[in-house]
Design a binder for this molecule. Structure first.
Ligand SMILES: Cc1cc2nc3c(=O)[nH]c(=O)nc-3n(C[C@H](O)[C@H](O)[C@H](O)COP(=O)(O)OP(=O)(O)OC[C@H]3O[C@@H](n4cnc5c(N)ncnc54)[C@H](O)[C@@H]3O)c2cc1C
Length: 366
């Protein structure tokens, strides 16, 4: 059996990796466009503190976080360990008025998902010991099981491991060839035949699927995210900071790097620019939460397009009427967390295996 995966963001790379490990002949096609979400994503894995109330979103978000255990171990056995992944924990900053309610909700969720660790309320001084630039003088809910990762490294590791196991990676823009069922994809002059196609084209999925008469409701949301450096400072184990007062956040990586995210800009299409307002918003929010970052070196701003579905839940499933076509998309602001799991589910569908999850809430054509 051969499966073509269109798109090698974290979702497509995960689908390809799952398929090749199941012994399937895999071809991954990617157009390497500017603004790929996986190349810009922050890399926070912490479903337990999310304000999203939808239980169908939460269920797949936790499955995504928990799937990392299996993925990290599979990648390690393929010799891939440079992923920027670390369980650094998260601090959800709280005001006095909300602290009890936030602690109760996160603790309840953590009890059902032991990976979250022992959640506790910590004071301002302890929070600053963990993340020294913080200015917050209130308490924080500490979630020790939260992790961060580098989406580029995880994606590239899955692709490299797939290639070593026999997958082929093709650079170019794919169009799907179908007649009743999928026949394969066309990339430039080449027709790559396939028994199934996994469409993991992120924010670009309309261009890919509309020629088949398949309409998925995914639009791009621009995110601008700023990378800073604190020369000589060991930031490797600093936790993720979730201010709560806004949807902005801070996280840190091993190389003295602190990342301040991010704008959420709807209605700007695929305009891949760093804007004055975007920079002002991200830096303003970051410095108001962590004034100790004022002297940090500016490194770069990354821009990516989050694939946003109609209601926050992923779009995941086979497409009725087009045999062999599987859509996995719409992971929005949570695709680095959910993407490897969703990609693996799509892979199972594409090869006719049990997806292992009730897919009714994630109907890709809703
Ligand atoms: C600023 C920012 C911060 C984020 N922070 C987080 C975070 O902390 N935690 C989290 O979980 N998520 C985060 N996300 C969200 C996450 O990055 C995305 O949800 C996820 O990367 C989406 O992955 P994807 O594979 O669906 O899309 P993408 O990574 O965009 O990949 C789609 C791929 O499809 C390819 N493609 C498109 N059309 C075609 C075609 N016709 N032929 C061939 N190839 C094609 C593109 O080149 C691209 O490589 C963030 C996103 C942004 C922008």
């Amino acid at each position: 059996m051969r499966v073509v995966v269109v798109g090698s963001g974290i979702v497509g790379a995960a689908a390809g990796y799952e398929l090749v490990r199941a012994g399937v002949d895999v071809v991954v096609v990617d157009s390497a466009v500017a603004g790929r979400a996986t190349s810009a994503g922050a890399g926070i894995v912490c479903p337990w503190s999310s304000g999203v109330e939808d239980p169908d979103w939460y269920r797949i978000a936790v499955a995504g976080a928990e799937h990392y255990r299996e993925l990290l171990s599979a990648l390690a056995s393929d010799g891939e360990t440079e992923l920027g992944h670390r369980r650094v924990g998260a601090l959800r900053l709280v005001t006095e008025a909300e602290s009890e309610e936030v602690l109760r909700r996160v603790t309840e969720r953590a009890e059902a998902s032991p990976m979250a660790g022992e959640v506790e309320l910590i004071g301002a001084r302890r929070a600053r010991e963990l993340f020294p630039p913080l200015g917050h003088d209130g308490a924080a809910v500490h979630i020790p099981g939260a992790a961060r990762l580098d989406g580029r490294l995880v994606r590239d590791a899955m692709l490299r491991a797939s290639v070593r196991r026999g997958a082929r990676v093709v650079e170019g823009t794919a169009s799907i060839v179908a007649d009743g069922g999928v026949r394969g994809v066309r990339v430039g002059d080449e027709l790559v035949g396939a028994d199934a196609v996994v469409a993991a084209a992120g924010a670009w999925s309309s261009e890919l699927l509309e020629p088949l008469g398949v309409r998925v409701r995914v639009v791009p949301q621009r995110g601008q995210i700023v990378h800073l450096r604190l020369p000589g400072v060991d930031t490797a184990s600093w936790p993720v900071v979730l201010p709560g007062s806004s949807r902005h956040y801070l996280l840190a990586f091993d190389d003295s790097r602190v990342v301040a995210g991010a704008t959420r800009e709807d209605g700007v299409g695929f305009d891949h620019r760093v804007t004055a307002a975007g920079m002002a918003e991200v830096l303003g929010e970051a410095l108001s939460v962590a004034p100790g970052l004022a002297g940090a070196t500016y490194v770069e701003t990354r821009v990516g397009f989050r694939p946003m579905g109609p209601d926050g839940r992923p779009l995941l499933g086979a497409v009725p009427g087009v045999d062999g076509l599987v859509v996995v998309n719409g992971l929005g602001p949570s695709g680095l967390m959910i993407g490897p799991y969703a990609g693996a589910v799509a892979a199972r569908l594409a090869r006719g295996a049990d997806p292992g999850i009730d897919l009714a809430p994630y109907d890709p054509l809703r």
